[in-house]
Design a protein around this ligand. Structure first.
Ligand code: SF4
Ligand code: SF4
Length: 122
């Protein structure tokens, strides 16, 4: 049972600085975009923090930087069937801490459109 609804959330988890990728994730991206493994690696990933991870871009009105595959108007993933394992598994069956926080603030502020901003240090 999941106590969160990603359709009511502006996509906070897609703004995480490090969304780690394994080899299979890069292969999946390559297949999804019909490019070679090395092209996918170069175009869509960065390395650091001990991981390969998804590249982000600037300019999101809520969170600043966000995954390059995130549609900042529709607030959704544009590569749903090609998304990495970490995105498929997060946050698991149960609770999402950000969603709990968001819903709490929306109730307290009596504003269904309120977006809780948190700035990652990066
Ligand atoms: S932060 Fe939580 S509720 Fe929001 S999109 Fe991510 S998993 Fe879904
Ligand atoms: S690949 Fe999709 S689900 Fe994963 S972080 Fe990027 S936009 Fe979000």
């Amino acid at each position: 049972m999941a106590y969160y609804n990603c359709l009511k959330c502006p996509g906070y988890c897609c703004s995480y600085p490090v969304i780690a990728l394994n080899k299979r994730d890069v292969e999946r991206l390559a297949k999804y975009f019909k490019v070679t493994f090395n092209t996918a690696k170069k175009r869509y990933t960065r390395e650091g923090h001990g991981h390969k991870y998804l590249m982000r871009r600037k300019g999101d009105k809520h969170y600043g930087r966000i995954c390059q595959f995130f549609d900042t108007k529709e607030r959704r993933c544009t590569i749903y069937h090609g998304r990495p394992r970490a995105c498929r598994e997060y946050p698991g069956n149960g609770r999402c801490g950000y969603y709990d926080f968001l819903m709490h603030e929306r109730r307290c502020q009596n504003d269904d459109t309120f977006v809780a901003i948190t700035n990652h240090k990066d």
